[in-house]
Ligand binder design. Structure first.
Ligand SMILES: Nc1ncnc2c1ncn2[C@@H]1O[C@H](COP(=O)(O)OP(=O)(O)O)[C@@H](O)[C@H]1O
Ligand SMILES: [Mg+2]
Length: 304
């Protein structure tokens, strides 16, 4: 399942016998996998499995206890211009009056003074990324007037500044209702294909990504499994990653990962939206009727 391609230039990310420790816990324990250039990888796994920690390691923000990582053929380095990163915690955006275009520009290197003072190169790059995510209409409006899905579009634009080759998107779907989730996944997939870049997209539900991902990287119990959905989303692999018996059910093109009669991803993350202040954020959403749809969904199978 883990490719060991000899040509490193063909690979976007090579993780070779990597151990990552936080405190006295091994978040990853001797993990080896290779992401090829131009792949859209869904990064899944229970809460606390290490999705965020892995992304931080790829960014050089966390020392490796052992092993090596190469991104775009290069050893890991902080501030790597080849990587665009959307961090998991994005609370507080909903209350901001800053205009969309200025918000995107704020993420450009060395431009903390606002767009009027930006260099022509930065201005051009801002327009380029707004084009890519089709956000020119949003760019004139303040963040506070945008829906969660629209703000996500601008966050993606920020990640694309400087033409990175690899995007690390940490849980872009948290707090979005299902309709907006699909919109964000479709957008990322379109941009990823258009630019031929590599995407690691973490999520706690597989289904919204099913039509877009090339392969899945599933983390759990210090292990990592990378492969196609058919290779990874199986009883045997997931039971190993969760450390307990897991069932996989396929219903109408959707896949449900079950522990007993409980759908495991819903159970795991049921508390998360409130934790990050997204309840408040929904007050500004234009889709009140959908805002809590995700949360209201049952944790049990009978909702299928
Ligand atoms: N600074 C830290 N020190 C010790 N443990 C941490 C630290 N940050 C995160 N952890 C723990 O590391 C594990 C992996 O966390 P994380 O990468 O955020 O998982 P995920 O993104 O998959 O939910 C969790 O058990 C978390 O509690
Ligand atoms: Mg995380």
């Amino acid at each position: 399942m883990n490719d060991a391609l000899s040509d490193t230039r063909a690979n976007a990310i090579q993780v070779d016998h990597v151990t990552l420790e936080l405190g006295d816990r091994a978040i990853l324990d001797d993990a080896t996998f290779t992401v090829r250039r131009g792949e859209f990888i869904g990064v899944l796994g229970p809460n606390g499995a290490g999705k965020t920690t892995l992304m931080r390691a790829l960014l050089g923000l966390l020392p490796l206890s052992s092993g090596s990582i190469r991104v775009d053929g290069q050893a890991v380095v902080r501030g790597n211009p080849s990587i665009g990163y959307m961090p998991q915690i994005r609370s507080g955006l909903a209350g901001r009056r800053v205009r969309g275009r200025d918000f995107v520009a704020m993420a450009a290197d060395g431009h903390h003074w606002g767009l009027p003072h930006a260099s022509p190169a930065v201005r051009a790059d801002v327009e380029r990324v707004l084009d890519l995510v089709d956000a020119h209409a949003l760019a004139a409006r303040p963040l506070s007037e945008l829906s969660g899905g629209e703000r996500q579009r601008l966050l993606l634009a920020q990640c694309l500044l400087g033409k990175p080759k690899v995007l690390l998107l940490d849980e872009p779907l948290i707090s979005l209702d299902p309709r907006h989730q699909t919109g964000v996944v479709d957008l990322v997939r379109r941009v990823q294909r258009e630019l031929g870049i590599t995407v690691l997209f973490s999520a706690h539900e597989l289904n919204p990504l099913l039509n877009s991902l090339d392969r899945v990287l599933y983390l759990g119990k210090g292990r990592a499994a990378l492969g196609t959905v058919d290779e990874v989303i199986t009883k045997a692999v997931l039971s190993r990653l969760y450390g307990s018996p897991i069932d996989v059910m396929r219903v109408n093109g959707r896949i449900f990962v079950m522990s007993g009669d409980v759908e495991i991803d819903k159970l795991d993350h049921a508390h998360e939206e409130g934790d990050e202040g997204h309840e408040h954020e929904h007050e500004h959403d234009h889709e009140h009727d959908h805002a809590h749809g995700h949360k209201a969904k049952g944790k049990h199978t009978h909702n299928v």
